[in-house]
Design a protein around this ligand. Structure first.
Ligand code: C5P
Length: 231
């Protein structure tokens, strides 16, 4: 394998967060962690230093990377912030809860009433925060799992969160996305739209890394020309 990511330090989030309702219950989602782990394994094989901040997953941990476990979005955020300054590439592949219970009960909730309303509040947007803190040549890449208007919604996120790129996943497509060995996606940046047809997640991972290598080459060259122009 070409060591085309030697010298890069990847920080990757993967898996699902769990937001506690009470000591035995939580809100989560169907993410298996496969896509994030595939990216970690592929990046490590290509020479990068890799740290994975992992929520709940149902697959074996990636070879060749440093693993940090996180349960809730809040914990994942803290772990990411701890590692961020040493990362040259951040990839948010985790399915982070958008909402969490507003209060967390310290004792198991008993059944009594016929209906129950659970009040939720927004969880921290890790990718959004990372993007705001970005420094120097850091690349910040997100994922967008959508069931409708995939590319349109992904482009909005790319812009709103000021990302270098976003991987748009159609999770309604049979055989792809959540909990599958396969995935189909579109890699989007301001000037790239690369379709990645249905293939194993490890192959998708390598194709995403190919794009990152290309973006890195242009991003490295950019500041030099700006400096020249300023003078
Ligand atoms: O806006 P949306 O949640 O669809 O964006 C998905 C992207 O944002 C993914 O890269 C995911 O890892 C990241 N995300 C996050 N924190 C959240 C929600 C999503 O980092 N609370």
């Amino acid at each position: 394998v070409a060591q085309d990511l030697a010298g890069e330090t990847f920080l990757i989030t993967a898996g699902a967060t769990r937001e506690k309702i009470d000591p035995v219950r939580f809100i989560s989602n169907r993410s298996s962690g496969r896509m994030g782990y595939a990216l970690a394994e592929a990046a490590a094989a290509r020479g990068a230093e890799v740290t994975v901040v992992s929520g709940a997953t149902s697959v074996a941990p990636p070879r060749g990377s440093h693993l940090v476990n996180a349960d809730s979005a809040e914990e994942m955020r803290a772990a990411v912030m701890n590692q961020l300054s040493s990362a040259s590439v951040f990839i948010g592949a985790a399915a982070v809860s958008d909402y969490r219970p507003k209060t967390r009960l310290s004792e198991k909730l008993k059944k009594s009433t016929n209906s129950l309303t659970l009040e939720l509040e927004r969880a921290p947007d890790i990718l959004g925060e990372v993007s705001k803190l970005r420094a120097g040549n850091q690349l910040v890449i997100g994922f967008a799992a959508e069931t409708n208007d995939l590319l349109k919604n992904a482009r909005v996120k790319l812009k709103e969160k000021n990302l270098d790129a976003i991987v748009a996943n159609d999770v309604s497509q049979p055989g792809a996305g959540f909990d599958s060995e396969l995935n189909a996606a579109t890699f989007l940046s301001a000037d790239i739209e690369r379709e990645l047809p249905l293939m194993p997640k490890i192959d998708i991972a390598h194709r995403i890394l190919d794009e990152i290598v290309r973006m890195r080459q242009t991003k490295r060259e950019a500041p030099k020309s700006e400096t020249v122009a300023a003078r």
